[in-house]
Design a protein around this ligand. Sequence first.
Ligand SMILES: [Zn+2]
Length: 243
Amino acid sequence: MKGLFYVLEILLPRTCLVCGERLIAAEKDICMHCLADMPLTYFWTLAHNPMADRFNHNIQKGMEEGGFEPYAYAAALFFYSEDTRYSNIPKSIKYQGALNAGTRFAAMLGQKIASTDHFRDVDIIIPVPLHWKRKWDRGYNQAEIIARGINSVMNVHVRTDLLVRRRRTQTQTKLNIEEKAANVSGSFQAKALAIPSTVRHILLVDDVFTTGSTLHACFVALRKVFPPSVRISVATLGFVGGA
Ligand SMILES: [Zn+2]
């Protein structure tokens, strides 16, 4: 299945994922105009940013009084909005098997975050897992494609065995914030097996950050296994500003 997508990508005419125009030989996935206009977040340059605030707010809300959590860092490559055609990037990775493109956009994000102080010490990258049945149907996990793309720059370890999705959740798109949080809460389980004691900083990876409820559910599961001395940060391709 995954192999088939790679073959299709080579055979199909090369067009910009954002505007649909034919690409010239020097361009990959995106034309130079769309690349120049990409609404980058620059969150990787800021320890405190709207995405990190939203994620840390979720953490604090779910914590018992007096608990300690190191501040989680967060970065996305670009602002995601249904109103702009940049939303085609995550969609084409998730639904149309644009896996090479996914790897390259993720590598772009990897370049940005690997050069910053707050992400430099990341030693494990964990993609948000799909339920095995959904992964079976789709043939791949888009978050894993992105995690591996980031790692093509950071060169640490991608671990897909430490976190599992226990049950399938209904699709999140039609739910409000509270419903989304309830929908994914408790759906993930971290495995205590084979965890290197040298781990200091985990980077959780997904395709798009909306309310942050999915990444928070992953965070909660990982925190049951990793003590607060291990920082858990997040990175995604898209960030939904007004969510
Ligand atoms: Zn374009």
